[in-house]
Design a protein around this ligand. Structure first.
Ligand code: FES
Length: 88
């Protein structure tokens, strides 16, 4: 991965994940990226239900699945991913 590589962030917008937290997570992440001028570092995608509802709300960062994600948790995941990006 390149130092200035983009992070691929996929958020489940299926009804279960969306209503149990991803609606708020999506807003929180968008605001966070805007505030920190990181919008061009992230490829944001929405995805429909992947069948992991019982582990949800789920998001994927660079293909890795994160489960039971809260808005605050999602920020932590993104920060961690940026940090890892810089290390490589
Ligand atoms: S709604 Fe997200 S995995 Fe089913």
């Amino acid at each position: 991965m390149k130092t200035s590589g983009k992070i691929e962030l996929v958020i489940c917008l299926g009804s279960s994940c969306f209503s149990r937290g991803n609606r708020e997570t999506l807003e929180t992440l968008k605001a966070y990226l805007k505030e920190n001028k990181l919008e061009d570092r992230v490829m944001f995608k929405g995805q429909l239900c992947s069948g992991s509802c019982n582990k949800g709300p789920v998001i994927w960062v660079n293909g890795k699945q994160y489960e039971a994600v809260t808005p605050a948790g999602a920020i932590g995941i993104i920060e961690q991913s940026f940090a890892e990006c810089h290390e490589r």
